[in-house]
Write a protein that binds this ligand. Structure first.
Ligand code: PLP
Length: 460
């Protein structure tokens, strides 16, 4: 058994959460807006240190992180290449003037990012969070298409800032500010492939419909327009991540490309979760047959630093006028030198085999889970969906409907045993695994065992 922090199996030295996490929760309750962190008797643990696939909490408990902290730490927590780049950059320049006198690190990052894109002339707007990259993409698509209307999908998650929230579909996120959200966004059901084993039974998964039905609705919308005007933008995740790990069917992606050509639509691929190796390739769009005009990336990009990007070919991005001295879309921390240095290190990893490693580990985890849960999968109590190292297990009732809250219940059981996982899906029926691509064979085997145990306890 490995003895190095980063490659350990869970080591719990107190009940979870331990006394220090409880004490920190009390302090936090007194100073943070109450909506932000969910505080309960059995949740959360407060992180003190992380390396590779391990996290140590304030009580000294060691966890295996199967979330990569919202999908970010694909190269592992504190990947040595990222740490070295940060140390070197911190010794020279921490903050610059991103859109005025730019740091040299910004140029190197943008060149490396352009080299990974499907166009020879990629142009980028750098941002700090995923939501901001989506804001930049929605503005760019509006300018480029010349039309205000937006098509998005049920179950889609694009962020919580006002512009991106208009494209995010979940009612509870939207409700507090519903009247402030741009009304020209129409959410279509997410298309599901009805081929055996492909996507799951239509109609039982909330917010989904069969590919042909969604296309028919799209066509009607292209004729009628949205309440904000004619449709110019379609924003879609190649695999809905927080929506429950639902890949976009190839047939839909192909039909969308044909309509985009015919109607001059701008397709925005939100690859904030799926991009930069997570799905076993630099981008997930080609894997589902999506041919985007704009790509948003984030999460993995900054190696743990806040960094995201909206990238498009010149024919799309040049809808923005050339700067006349005042950038029309920028921010104080655009092109932050530390984030750019970390991002450059991450992109070298992505170009150098990180995606292939994610693909291999994904296969190992999925084949282990398929074998361990074969009877439940056969009985339609569990649906396993995945692309690369983005894996979702949807837990279902005996009648095949997704079992609300089951993903959260399984995640709770696993936390108590030293495993960090998150639920996903509109009703929390999905257990989402998005681990770092540094899990050892021993960690993979143990992960399969603990997922199996926790799932069987939830579905007796
Ligand atoms: C697909 C997708 N888009 C956008 C976002 C928003 O990113 P952020 O939380 O960094 O604003 C997320 C976050 O999970 C995401 O998964």
């Amino acid at each position: 058994m490995s003895d190095a922090f980063g490659t350990l199996l869970p080591r719990l030295v107190t009940p979870v959460p331990g006394p220090r996490s409880h004490a920190l929760a009390d302090r936090l309750r007194a100073v943070e807006s109450r909506n932000v962190t969910w505080l309960a008797d059995d949740f959360p643990v407060f992180w003190e240190e992380a390396l590779g696939a391990n996290v140590r909490d304030a009580d000294g408990n060691v966890f295996v992180d199967l979330t990569a902290a919202f999908g970010v730490a694909l190269p592992g927590h504190r990947a040595p290449e990222v740490v070295r780049a940060l140390e070197a950059q911190a010794g020279r320049l921490i903050h610059g003037m991103g859109d005025v006198h730019p740091p040299t690190a910004k140029v190197r990052l943008l060149e490396a990012l352009a080299a990974l894109m499907p166009w020879p002339d990629a142009r980028t707007i750098l941002t700090s969070s995923g939501s901001e990259a989506v804001e930049a993409a929605l503005k760019t698509a509006r300018l480029s298409s010349g039309r205000p209307g937006v098509v998005a999908f049920q179950g889609g998650y694009h962020g919580l800032t006002l512009g991106s929230l208009a494209a995010t579909s979940r009612a509870d996120f939207r409700a507090p500010v519903a009247e402030r959200l741009y009304p020209g966004v129409v959410h279509l059901p997410f298309p599901v492939d009805t081929a055996p084993g492909a996507g799951g039974p239509v109609g039982r998964d909330p917010g989904t419909a069969e590919v042909g039905a969604v296309l028919a609705r799209l066509d009607r919308l292209l004729d009628s327009g949205t309440p904000g005007g004619p449709v110019g933008t379609v924003i879609v995740e190649p695999v809905q991540a927080r929506g429950g790990v639902r890949p976009l069917p190839q047939a839909f992606a192909r039909a969308l490309a044909e309509r985009a050509r015919r109607h001059g639509l701008v397709i925005v691929a939100d690859e904030i979760f799926t991009g930069l190796g997570r799905c076993g390739a630099p981008l997930a769009s080609p894997r589902v047959g999506l041919d985007p005009d704009i790509v948003c990336v984030g999460k993995v990009l900054g190696g743990g630093m806040p960094l995201s990007a909206c990238v498009a070919p010149a024919r799309v991005m040049d809808a923005w006028p050339a700067s006349d001295g005042e950038a029309l879309h920028t921010s104080t921390f655009l092109g932050h030198p530390l984030s750019c240095a970390a991002g450059e290190a991450v992109l070298a990893l992505v170009a150098g085999g990180l995606a292939a490693r994610a693909a291999r580990l994904g296969e190992a985890l999925v084949s282990g889970l398929e074998a361990a849960l074969a009877d439940l999968i056969e009985a339609d109590r569990v649906a396993l969906r995945s692309m690369g190292l983005l894996i979702g297990l949807e837990l279902r009732e005996a009648d095949g409907r997704p079992r609300p809250g089951a993903g959260a219940a399984v995640a709770g059981r696993m936390l108590g045993r030293g495993w960090l996982v998150l639920p996903a899906g509109e009703t929390g029926a999905v257990l989402e695994l998005s681990p770092p691509a540094v899990l050892t064979g021993e960690q993979v085997a143990a992960a399969v065992r603990v997922v199996e145990e926790a799932v069987r306890e939830e579905l007796p």
